[in-house]
Design a protein around this ligand. Sequence first.
Ligand code: FES
Length: 162
Amino acid sequence: MLDLVAKCEQEHGFDYTPLDIILEKYKGQKGAIIPILQAIQGEYGYLPREALEYAAKKLRLPVSRLYGVATFYAQFHLNPRGKNIIRVCQGTACHVRGGARILETLKEQLQLEVGGTTADLKFTLESVACIGACGLAPAVMINDDTYGRLTPEKIREILQNY
Ligand code: FES
C-alpha cells in the first residue's frame, strides 16, 4: 500500500516532501498549529490548499481548524504572493497628502486590485494603515524599502527598478 505522501503526490502533482519534514519536526507537539503554518508558508510562500489538506490529515484535525487559524491571523496568506510586496500607505497623513492617487497609479500600472498579485508573480499590491513614515507622506514600502514624498510620476519610476 502506498504511503500518504506518495498517494497524495500521485493525486495532485504537488511536492509534499518539505511538508513531511515540517510535520515530522512538530510531531506530538500540542498547540503547534501556528508554527506549523508559519513553516509551511516559509516553504511555499503561502498556504497552498493541498498543503493544508495534507497537514490536517497527518495531524488528525479537521481542515477547517487549519483554515480557521490561517484566516484569523493577517500573517497567513492563502494565495500565492509576488516576489515584491508593495504596501501603499492609506493612513491619515498619507491620505491627506495624496495617498489615494499613489494607490490608483499603482493599480493602473500593475493592472491589479488591492490584495492582487500579477500573473508573473512579480508583484503583490497591498494597502496598509500606517508604515510609520508619516513625515514622508505619501509613502509606500516595497519589500523592506520605504519611499516617501511620492508623486504618481515618482512611483512609476521607482517601479521600473523592480
Ligand atoms: S500615515 Fe502613512 S506613514 Fe503614517
